[in-house]
Write a protein that binds this ligand. Structure first.
Ligand SMILES: [Mg+2]
Length: 107
Protein backbone atom coordinates (compact mmCIF):
# COMPACT_ATOMS: atom_id res chain seq x y z
CA UNK A 1 0.00 0.00 0.00
CA UNK A 2 1.34 3.43 -0.90
CA UNK A 3 1.68 6.32 1.53
CA UNK A 4 -1.12 8.12 -0.30
CA UNK A 5 -3.38 5.08 0.05
CA UNK A 6 -2.47 4.80 3.74
CA UNK A 7 -3.36 8.45 4.29
CA UNK A 8 -6.81 7.79 2.86
CA UNK A 9 -7.20 4.86 5.25
CA UNK A 10 -6.24 7.08 8.20
CA UNK A 11 -8.71 9.68 6.98
CA UNK A 12 -11.46 7.05 6.84
CA UNK A 13 -10.71 5.97 10.42
CA UNK A 14 -10.79 9.59 11.59
CA UNK A 15 -13.98 10.30 9.68
CA UNK A 16 -16.04 7.19 10.50
CA UNK A 17 -14.46 6.16 13.81
CA UNK A 18 -12.72 3.00 14.95
CA UNK A 19 -15.82 1.03 15.95
CA UNK A 20 -17.55 1.71 12.64
CA UNK A 21 -14.51 0.69 10.62
CA UNK A 22 -14.09 -2.51 12.63
CA UNK A 23 -17.70 -3.36 11.79
CA UNK A 24 -17.10 -2.43 8.15
CA UNK A 25 -14.09 -4.75 8.08
CA UNK A 26 -16.31 -7.64 9.22
CA UNK A 27 -18.80 -6.81 6.46
CA UNK A 28 -16.11 -6.71 3.77
CA UNK A 29 -14.51 -9.95 4.99
CA UNK A 30 -17.92 -11.63 4.78
CA UNK A 31 -18.40 -10.37 1.23
CA UNK A 32 -15.04 -11.82 0.17
CA UNK A 33 -15.87 -15.08 1.90
CA UNK A 34 -19.14 -15.24 -0.02
CA UNK A 35 -17.44 -14.70 -3.38
CA UNK A 36 -14.67 -17.20 -2.60
CA UNK A 37 -17.29 -19.78 -1.66
CA UNK A 38 -18.74 -19.35 -5.16
CA UNK A 39 -15.38 -19.70 -6.92
CA UNK A 40 -15.44 -23.37 -7.78
CA UNK A 41 -19.04 -23.66 -8.93
CA UNK A 42 -19.02 -20.77 -11.40
CA UNK A 43 -21.28 -18.40 -9.44
CA UNK A 44 -18.70 -15.60 -9.34
CA UNK A 45 -16.15 -13.93 -11.55
CA UNK A 46 -12.51 -12.96 -11.17
CA UNK A 47 -13.61 -9.31 -11.29
CA UNK A 48 -15.99 -9.77 -8.35
CA UNK A 49 -13.30 -11.49 -6.31
CA UNK A 50 -10.74 -8.82 -7.17
CA UNK A 51 -13.21 -6.12 -6.10
CA UNK A 52 -13.99 -7.81 -2.79
CA UNK A 53 -10.31 -8.53 -2.22
CA UNK A 54 -9.55 -4.83 -2.73
CA UNK A 55 -12.25 -3.94 -0.18
CA UNK A 56 -10.69 -6.36 2.29
CA UNK A 57 -7.16 -5.07 1.71
CA UNK A 58 -8.34 -1.51 2.36
CA UNK A 59 -10.08 -2.61 5.56
CA UNK A 60 -7.12 -4.73 6.65
CA UNK A 61 -4.87 -1.71 6.28
CA UNK A 62 -7.25 0.24 8.48
CA UNK A 63 -7.24 -2.57 11.04
CA UNK A 64 -3.43 -2.60 10.89
CA UNK A 65 -3.40 1.12 11.68
CA UNK A 66 -6.02 0.72 14.43
CA UNK A 67 -4.27 -2.19 16.17
CA UNK A 68 -0.74 -0.87 15.67
CA UNK A 69 1.21 -1.12 12.45
CA UNK A 70 4.49 -2.09 14.12
CA UNK A 71 2.89 -4.93 16.09
CA UNK A 72 1.02 -6.20 13.02
CA UNK A 73 4.15 -5.99 10.85
CA UNK A 74 6.10 -7.91 13.48
CA UNK A 75 3.41 -10.60 13.58
CA UNK A 76 3.42 -10.79 9.77
CA UNK A 77 7.20 -11.25 9.75
CA UNK A 78 6.86 -14.05 12.31
CA UNK A 79 4.06 -15.77 10.36
CA UNK A 80 5.93 -15.57 7.05
CA UNK A 81 9.12 -16.95 8.58
CA UNK A 82 7.07 -19.80 10.06
CA UNK A 83 5.47 -20.40 6.65
CA UNK A 84 8.89 -20.64 4.99
CA UNK A 85 10.00 -23.16 7.61
CA UNK A 86 6.87 -25.25 7.05
CA UNK A 87 7.32 -25.19 3.27
CA UNK A 88 10.94 -26.26 3.59
CA UNK A 89 9.99 -29.03 6.01
CA UNK A 90 7.14 -30.33 3.86
CA UNK A 91 9.25 -30.68 0.75
CA UNK A 92 6.09 -30.01 -1.25
CA UNK A 93 6.58 -29.44 -4.96
CA UNK A 94 3.19 -27.90 -5.83
CA UNK A 95 4.15 -24.67 -7.59
CA UNK A 96 1.03 -23.23 -9.21
CA UNK A 97 2.52 -19.74 -9.59
CA UNK A 98 5.92 -20.92 -10.76
CA UNK A 99 4.49 -23.06 -13.53
CA UNK A 100 2.11 -20.39 -14.82
CA UNK A 101 -1.12 -21.88 -13.48
CA UNK A 102 -1.92 -19.05 -11.05
CA UNK A 103 -5.29 -17.27 -11.23
CA UNK A 104 -3.67 -14.38 -13.09
CA UNK A 105 -2.92 -16.61 -16.05
CA UNK A 106 -5.30 -17.54 -18.83
CA UNK A 107 -6.42 -21.18 -18.59
MG1 LIG B 1 -17.20 -5.38 -0.58
Amino acid sequence: MTDAQRKICLRAIDHYGINHQEEKAKEELAELLTELSRLHDGRTTKEKIVGELADVLVMCEQLRLIFGAADVDKAVDYKLARLVRRIKLSGAVKRTRANGQGRNQAP
